[in-house]
Design a protein around this ligand. Structure first.
Ligand code: ZN
Length: 265
């Protein structure tokens, strides 16, 4: 069983003429790659015809029981003002956690506008997910999502499940070292099989080495994800398989951990 914990419904390149078509493309990709379930991350830009926001994704997925959602609070535009809205969505199980985009948006994970959301997620025992690392063609933005801030959040909220995605590429080693003694840090591997990420992060062997170390340290805290449509699903499956893990550990990465951490079932 494979659960992809990091998907966007977006027009990328010329993949689709509409978000409806992008969604259908994703359903085809799921079938082709034997993906059983997925967590779709709405963008925090609302009303775009390029990438689906929360309302649009809810609309697109309809009653499908194998597609799940995160919320994406608008820290810059609405500060902490959406805490009630997300409390309801989380309590009603319409979303499974919250994603933060420091680096897409100019705020640090320790920003006080974020704190009510962390408190909420800790109380409801659902994860928060942090976008980290460079954006394609923009290395400056990584200053906003440095894991040194993320471990501060994890220490301040010790029961909060704090997931890092993209491993603060290209500085994976630094991210590994600074997080390794913080027990409530989790990793989700989206984009680590992407060509640009591999090239800038020291090559595929380096990525494998870091993932193997991380999995050895915290086998229950690593989740599979892809960042489709920006990245290829098959390359991410291949990356995990290339680690030659014990069957039981591989199953944890591909599905068991996501089920437990996001409480999907
Ligand atoms: Zn993403």
């Amino acid at each position: 069983m494979v659960i992809d914990s990091h998907v966007h419904i977006s027009k990328y390149g010329k993949n689709a003429a509409s978000l409806e078509e992008a969604f259908r493309l994703y359903l085809d990709e799921m079938k082709k790659n034997n993906i059983d379930a997925a967590i779709i991350i709405p963008d925090n830009v609302e009303g775009s015809d390029q990438i689906a926001d929360l309302d649009k994704v809810i609309d697109l997925i309809g009653k499908r029981e194998n597609l799940f959602l995160l919320g994406s609070p608008q820290i810059i535009q609405r500060r902490s003002g959406e805490a009630e809205k997300y409390k309801r969505l989380l309590e009603d199980k319409k979303i499974k956690g919250l994603k933060f985009f420091p680096g897409h948006d100019p705020y640090y994970p320790t920003d006080e506008r974020c704190l009510p959301y962390y408190e909420l997620c800790e109380k409801l025992d659902v994860p928060v997910l942090f976008h980290t690392g460079e954006n394609s063609g923009d290395s400056e933005c990584a200053k906003w999502n440095d894991p040194k801030y993320i471990i501060e959040v994890a220490r301040r909220y010790p029961k909060l499940k704090v997931i890092i995605t993209h491993y603060y590429w290209p500085k994976l080693e630094y991210c590994y070292e600074i997080t390794k003694d913080v027990p409530n840090i989790y990793f989700e591997i989206a984009a680590l099989a992407d060509e640009e990420v591999i090239g800038k992060s020291g090559g595929i062997e380096k990525i494998r080495e870091i993932l193997k170390k991380t999995i050895a340290d915290r086998p229950d805290k690593i989740l599979f994800g892809t960042d489709w449509p920006m990245c290829k699903i098959e390359d991410h499956i291949e990356l995990v398989k290339s680690l030659s893990l014990e069957k039981e550990i591989e199953e944890k990465i591909f599905s068991v951990n996501a089920e437990k951490i996001y409480k999907l079932i």
